[in-house]
Design a protein around this ligand. Structure first.
Ligand code: S3P
Length: 169
């Protein structure tokens, strides 16, 4: 079984994933990290040079491969659940956990970042808000359960995930 972390940019998928993987002795697989390693390009350069669709194709390929393995914490890019096929393959071998927080908390964490191509626009706050509004119900719908990640210590979030996962498997 895998543990799959989903959620918006800034929800802490990588940090929570790292701690969770350490505690469970699972491997941590970060889809964005794998894409950057494989293409030898930064995510923002892929978006810029080849476009979002191309990025989504590589992302889907990586997710498909990861789903075939076991005992991993898979930290997915925020838009990975937009493709239904990704959700289907992830669910075959994994429990999907939505790391959830209000927009203000998320935006506060991502507003200074320079490596998020979707926010490199004239009105980043408005854009992020619309993106979250459009995606929120998808995260809720595909997740096996949600964990509140706003203003809580990582250790507490990780313990809650561990408990919920035990109940689910
Ligand atoms: C994206 C989120 C990013 C990255 C890419 C697209 C999105 O990952 O995959 O910039 O569509 O929300 P993080 O959620 O880790 O920032």
């Amino acid at each position: 079984m895998n543990i799959v972390l989903i959620g918006f940019m800034g929800s802490g998928k990588t940090v929570v994933g790292r701690e969770l993987a350490r505690k469970l002795s699972y491997k941590l697989k970060d889809t964005d990290g794998i894409i950057e390693e494989r293409t030898k390009k930064k995510i923002e350069d892929i978006f810029l040079q080849e476009g979002e669709d191309h990025f989504r194709d590589i992302e889907a390929q990586v997710i498909d491969e990861l789903s075939g393995l076991e005992k991993q914490v898979i930290s997915c890019g925020g838009g990975a659940i937009l493709r239904k096929e990704n959700v289907l393959v992830l669910k075959e071998t994994g429990v999907l956990i939505y790391l959830k927080a209000p927009f203000e908390v998320l935006y506060d964490r991502i507003k200074m970042s320079t490596n998020r191509p979707l926010l490199k626009v004239r009105e980043p706050e408005q854009t992020a808000k619309k993106l979250l509004e459009a995606r929120q119900h998808v995260y809720e719908q595909v997740a096996d359960f949600s964990v509140d990640v706003s203003n809580r210590p990582i250790s507490e979030i990780v313990s809650e995930i561990e408990k919920s996962v035990r109940k689910n498997i």
